[in-house]
Design a protein around this ligand. Structure first.
Ligand SMILES: [Zn+2]
Length: 139
């Protein structure tokens, strides 16, 4: 079977590790959040996130939990999709133009589905759309 992914097995393994690590952290965070919401009701609580590169302390209220949780759920979905693409050996190809996405880019953004030029194109279009919606700035 022809492998479509531009990445080597080692590179795929590295990305898989990054994704699985992230997935575990998110699942853990979701579980903690969920049990806290259930146990403590609406009180503000403090969560300590220990991640690579340091420790950050954030105050989180119940509504915040909700936002964070839906963000994390979304991220989980992206992780699962990326893992599936790795399994299908389709990982690392731009969804738009089909050209390989650089490994350095994937390492930083393992969910990237577009190559850099397509991403920039998309962002440019997005910006133009927003500019078109906004009244012209006064000089
Ligand atoms: Zn592309």
């Amino acid at each position: 079977m022809a492998s479509k992914t531009p990445l080597t097995e080692d590179q795929l393994a590295e990305i898989t590790n990054i994704l699985l690590e992230r997935k575990r952290a998110i699942e853990e965070e979701l579980r903690r959040n969920l049990s806290r919401v259930l146990e403590e009701g609406g009180e503000d609580t403090t969560v300590v996130n220990v991640e690579e590169g340091g420790e950050s302390r954030v105050d989180v209220g119940k509504e915040m939990d909700f936002q964070v949780m839906s963000m994390r759920t979304q991220e989980l979905r992206q992780i699962n999709e990326a893992l599936l693409r790795i399994e299908m050996r389709e990982y690392g190809l731009c969804e738009e133009c089909g050209s390989p996405i650089r490994f350095e880019r994937l390492r930083v953004m393992p969910f990237a589905q577009l190559c850099r030029s397509c991403q920039e194109e998309l962002e440019k279009e997005e910006k133009e759309r927003q500019l078109a919606l906004r009244p012209a700035p006064k000089e």
